[in-house]
Design a binder for this molecule. Structure first.
Ligand code: HEC
Length: 119
């Protein structure tokens, strides 16, 4: 009994390790908290972007944007796809123009600093 359970656990571990690179892996975990790198990156596109805007975008993204569904993975969507989603979702979340602007800058800043592993 015990031995066969251990065998199954060991086999599962081997299989899971072998499939570690599978796209189905449900471990997102790259940081989505904006910092200096994100500010620098977004300033290349929007020179007027501020830390306050990135922080506001982050709090909208983790707040109002999770009222109807779970938090969506920033890194799984292209920049173009995000711009489309932001247009769609901002009215749903009743964002003001300034809030939508902050959210856009935040998401594009995270995309601009995305590492290849974060997918
Ligand atoms: C009033 C409810 C509501 C709010 C608030 C809301 N959404 Fe959605 N969202 C939906 C519904 C409904 C769908 C379509 C069903 C789904 O995919 O969950 C959706 C879909 C999405 C999708 C695409 C679905 C996918 O997983 O491929 C993204 C991305 C998204 N929302 C992001 C956001 C963001 C960012 C915000 C904040 C600005 C937001 N949502 C706020 C209701 C909402």
């Amino acid at each position: 009994m015990t031995i066969s359970k251990i065998t199954i656990v060991a086999l599962s571990a081997i299989i899971m390790t072998a499939c570690g690179s599978s796209k189905k892996s449900s471990t997102p975990a790259p940081s989505i908290i904006p910092g200096e790198a994100q500010l620098t990156a977004i300033k290349a596109k929007y020179p007027d972007a501020t830390t306050e805007q990135l922080n506001e975008g982050y709090s909208i993204y983790t707040g109002a944007c999770t009222n109807c569904h779970g938090q969506k993975n920033i890194f799984k969507r292209s920049e173009a796809s995000w711009l489309h989603e932001i247009d769609d979702m901002s009215p749903k979340a009743k964002l003001t123009a300034a809030q939508k602007d902050a959210l856009t800058k935040y998401i594009l800043a995270m995309k601009a600093t995305q590492t290849p592993e974060a997918k």
